[in-house]
Design a protein. Structure first.
Length: 327
């Protein structure tokens, strides 16, 4: 199969690209290198293109005859989406509609879409979240993902566009071989932030609220190793092209760790002290988000292999030390 990985120069996309390189599939990358890195595309054809450039995008897709698309490109910072919602509706929504329209016009039938646990918003009770729980995002970022999922549903019904929407929980960790990892700038994700404090690249960790209704008052999240995410994408695409049935899956570990759990594990792995400052709660942060992952386990024969907290922190720490040494 010939696959176009859009956003393949970024954190999650680069791990899927690395996995796809070990298969028989032919892969190319499309990216504008706005938050991704050219070095993640080495050895592969890179189409340097912004998704807002519809005519260029159309030409690339028309010329190259891809069978399937994986779409990782987007803006990912929940807090920023409150301050600059326009950026999120333009990049995550309008640009995705551009892409879907090109696909429909050119009869490209399959897409794997990077959705997010942010589509669920605040869930009543502490139960793991199933895919059929209400979709009620509480931030503009989550709204963009939820709206794209609705559009995908409509495009499937009317244009026969087939999709798998993967609702990731917290992507984390780095490749086991130490060559790629998370490198957002600015970094907003909790694990790399704590590790930057441990390596001395950041002064302190800010904790946003310790009065949530959780076991230790800090937020609880479901952390999924990026290599497990990559595996989910490959399995989702292969199943989709075989069954031609659109699906939505959570991709999570079905286990929650609090911010304090993460800090404890980082201290154990790095043997460093973590300087902290308590801040007020942030807008749009639910107390607990844990995935029910039964559906993806059953349908795709997928299960997390690297998402125990120790492997996550060990691989992310190895990567952080590489980054810290480069500076
Ligand atoms: N990181 C997480 O924990 C997480 C959780 C849930 C969902 N997601 C989703 O996964 C996807 C990938 O996230 P990531 O952490 O790898 O982000 P990232 O910023 O590392 O990667 C995004 C990639 O897309 C490219 N890109 C962005 N806008 C583009 C545009 N208009 N045209 C062309 N290329 C563009 C960037 O240059 C980058 O290479 C995003 O859609 C994000 O919403 C991420």
């Amino acid at each position: 199969m010939k696959i176009l990985v859009i956003g393949g120069a970024g954190y999650i996309g680069s791990h899927i690209v690395k996995l796809l390189k070990t298969t028989n599939h032919k892969i190319e990358i499309l990216d504008n290198i706005s938050t991704g890195y050219k070095e993640n595309t080495q050895g592969l054809k890179l189409h340097l293109c912004d998704l807002s450039n519809t005519s260029k995008l159309h030409d690339i897709l028309a010329l190259n005859k891809f069978d399937s698309i994986m779409h990782f490109a987007g803006s990912i910072n929940v807090s920023e989406s409150f301050v600059n919602p326009r950026k999120y509706y333009e990049n995550n929504l309008i640009n995705t509609i551009n892409l879907l329209n090109c696909m429909v016009d050119l009869n490209i039938e399959n897409i794997i879409f990077s959705s997010s646990a942010a589509v669920y918003g605040n869930i009543d009770g502490n139960k793991p979240i199933k895919e059929n729980f209400p979709v009620k995002p509480i931030n503009p970022y989550g709204n963009t993902k939820a709206i794209v999922e609705k559009i995908l549903e409509d495009y499937d019904k009317t244009y026969n566009l087939k999709y798998v929407s993967l609702r990731y929980f917290n992507a984390c960790g780095a490749h086991l071989d130490g060559t790629i990892g998370e490198m957002h700038n600015p970094e907003t994700h909790i694990i790399p932030i704590i590790l930057q404090v441990a390596s001395g690249r950041r002064d302190k960790l800010e904790i946003y609220g310790n009065d949530y209704d959780t076991k230790d008052g800090t937020c609880i999240r479901d952390f999924i190793h990026v290599m497990d995410l990559a595996d989910a994408h490959l399995k989702a695409l292969e199943k989709l092209t075989f069954t031609k049935k659109s699906e939505v899956f959570n991709v999570g570990n079905n286990q929650g760790y609090s911010i304090n759990d993460i800090i404890k594990s980082v201290k154990e792995v790095t043997k460093k002290n973590i300087k902290m400052e308590l801040k007020p709660r942030r807008l749009g942060d639910p107390a607990i988000l844990i995935a029910d992952n039964e559906k993806i386990k059953l349908n795709l024969n997928w299960k997390p292999k690297y998402s125990d907290l120790n492997t996550i922190i060990e691989t992310a720490w190895q990567w952080e030390k590489t980054l810290a040494n480069k500076i």
